[in-house]
Write a protein that binds this ligand. Structure first.
Ligand code: GLU
Length: 446
């Protein structure tokens, strides 16, 4: 059977790094095996799902290169869920319940007070057909619970190893609300069966759902797929990312100028115990992917480390690949020489704009010592210039002024670039050119 995995976000918000951590692991798993990747929108929560968020999911995945082979939307598959619900009702595995939220809360309180686990007592199973008819005649609409078999459910988790959950310790889960809408649990299983999902790779917040869902797969006559539960990302302080997710949405990271491969390479490495490397192509990540490398402990997502990786990727980015991005940023005239000199000094590609201005545009005067600058200007070699010009020039400046080391280099760097740091002046000087250099040494804007 060929491998098919799925990424199943709800279009109730923008995707964030935690979602992509799950999406990427699914995608890499599929691609490594020549399998297929399904994008499924879990949009049954019609109040909170929007077309805009759905479009945002597609935009973000496309930007990252995580293309999908099959697409499904849960709201278009309600007929299939209805059929599955009927089947479960017919076999007695889905039963109507009439307790209100207050009644259920009270039951739980009593159970806890008696030191018992707050598991649903299945009182509704004891209702006769007459009892139910009476309740319905009084306008009560049932919600529907799945009758769990009170046994140990076991699976060999592709991330966590052998897992088991004692279903007897769980309440029968509600699959259908009183208004007839589905909770996520049943539609997900029906989709996984109908769309041929072979492995469910998701966050470990779903571990307890897995026990229930394995029983639903079996009750519907399907075979449960394999399961992998990835640990959830935490921030540098070890806290869950949920509070900061707003700032870690993919659209914001994109707007901040991050490279998609920085995000992919970072998210593919964290949690594996392997060093974070500037991998430039998804193919390389596919080759190395192994769910077995992830442990149970939560990977730390550190935005500073991500930015550092972004910088390392830019340093390796060939001009031909950078060019479309430079054009998109409105920096179309950045030439290959400038790119190759400046790329090592930027963390985000848009920062090339500053070096472009310094080399090809104009900067304000930055003269600390105009007589020193004038002496340096007097010995400026004639063009053509190359990367040996700087050495010749600074030796001449040293001979003329007696200055050396930082006292010599820093005023020149400041006069020429306006900045204390940057690419080697040996490489910058020919890009700035003689005319601008002379004018900057005279304290002119140039
Ligand atoms: N929509 C669910 C979620 O985002 C999908 C969980 C699953 O992968 O089964 O949590």
């Amino acid at each position: 059977m060929s491998v098919r995995v799925r990424f199943a976000p709800s279009p109730t918000g923008r995707l964030h790094v935690g979602n992509i951590y799950v999406a990427l692991n699914n995608w890499l798993f599929a691609r490594q095996r020549g399998g297929s990747f399904l994008l499924r929108l879990d949009d049954t929560d019609v109040e909170r799902s929007t077309a805009e968020f759905a479009a945002g999911i597609e935009t973000d995945l496309t930007w990252l290169g995580l293309t999908w082979d099959v697409f499904a939307r849960q709201t278009e598959r309600i007929v299939a869920y209805d059929a599955a619900a009927e089947k479960l009702k017919a076999s007695g595995r889905l039963y109507p319940c009439y307790e209100s939220a207050e009644e259920l809360a009270l039951k739980r309180k009593v159970q806890l007070g008696q030191g018992k686990p707050p598991v649903y007592d299945r009182a509704a199973l004891k209702l006769s057909a007459e009892d139910r008819a009476k309740l319905e005649a009084a306008g009560q609409k049932p919600h529907w619970r799945f009758k769990l078999e009170g046994r140990r459910v076991e699976w060999n988790d592709l991330v966590r190893g052998p897992e088991h959950i004692d279903a007897a310790s769980q309440s029968d889960p509600v699959l259908i609300r009183a208004d007839g809408t589905y909770l996520y649990t049943l539609p997900s299983v029906v989709d996984d069966i109908d769309l041929g999902v072979t492995q469910v790779i998701r966050g470990n917040d779903h571990v307890t759902n897995t026990a229930t869902q394995i029983q639903i797969f079996e009750a519907l006559g399907g075979t449960a797929p394999g399961f992998a539960h990835l640990p959830l990302l935490v921030d540098a302080a070890g806290e869950g990312l949920s509070k900061r997710l707003g700032s870690l949405s993919i659209s914001d990271l994109r707007a901040q100028g991050l490279e998609p491969m920085a995000l992919n390479a970072y998210l593919a490495h964290i949690g594996t115990g392997e060093p974070v490397l500037p991998v430039r192509h998804l193919d390389e990540l596919i080759a190395k992917h192994d769910l077995g490398k992830f442990g149970k402990s939560s990977p730390r997502f550190d935005p500073a480390e991500l930015l550092h990786l972004n910088a390392r990727l830019l340093h390796l980015l060939p001009y031909d690949e950078a060019k479309p991005h430079l054009v998109a940023l409105g920096l179309g005239e950045v030439d290959v020489a400038l790119w190759e000199v400046a790329r090592a000094n930027v963390e985000k590609i848009e920062e090339i704009g500053e070096w472009h201005r310094i080399c090809r545009g104009a900067i304000a005067p930055h003269l600390a010592d105009s007589s020193f600058a004038a002496a340096a200007a007097d010995v400026l070699p004639p063009e053509p210039w190359d990367d040996g010009t700087w050495k010749n020039w600074t030796e001449a400046v040293k001979a003329a002024t007696g200055r050396k080391g930082k006292d010599l280099f820093m005023p020149l760097r400041l006069a020429l670039t306006g900045l204390e740091h940057g690419p080697e002046l040996r490489l910058l000087l020919p890009l700035i050119g003689r005319e601008k250099t002379l004018r900057r040494l005279r304290g002119e804007s140039a």
